[in-house]
Design a protein around this ligand. Structure first.
Ligand SMILES: [Zn+2]
Length: 141
């Protein structure tokens, strides 16, 4: 399911075990940039693969990331909350540029492509059932 996450599917203990093993296998550093957040903080990112032909979202593995690289992976969310934290967004964009060796144009192209893909996949995945409205029409009068 689009937007699915393991934390919601698994119980807390299982999820904690899973993510701690992910951190250990990565040597407790970010698998993208080799750094950590404050106090050695790392986070667990779920890698999903998308079969756009059959609308299948498949878990492909876990990635140990520093908090900033994790935010890069969720750039859309980072941008949507950027109104309150422009400094964080700048940090995220700088990281995206650095770890990929991109210039600003490539960063912009990547974000634009990611948003396009997100929009296309969101359209396909969300099927609305509004039968309740028909069954409760009296409540709308
Ligand atoms: Zn990182």
């Amino acid at each position: 399911m689009w937007g699915a996450n393991l934390r919601a599917i698994l119980n807390r203990k299982t999820w904690d075990t899973l993510r701690r093993n992910c951190y250990m296998l990565a040597g407790n550093v970010c698998e993208v940039c080799g750094e950590t957040g404050r106090n050695g903080r790392v986070e667990c990112h779920e890698k999903w693969e998308f079969d756009d032909t059959h609308s299948v979202q498949r878990l492909a593995g876990l990635l140990c990331l520093c908090p900033v690289c994790h935010q890069v992976k969720h750039i859309g969310r980072a941008i949507s909350v950027a109104k309150e934290s422009a400094v964080d967004l700048l940090r995220i964009l700088r990281k995206l540029r650095e770890v990929n060796g991109w210039d600003d144009g490539q960063v912009a192209d990547h974000i634009e492509a990611a948003f396009k893909q997100f929009n296309i996949r969101s359209q396909r995945e969300w099927t609305l059932d509004v039968s309740w409205l028909a069954a409760n029409e009296h409540m709308m009068k």
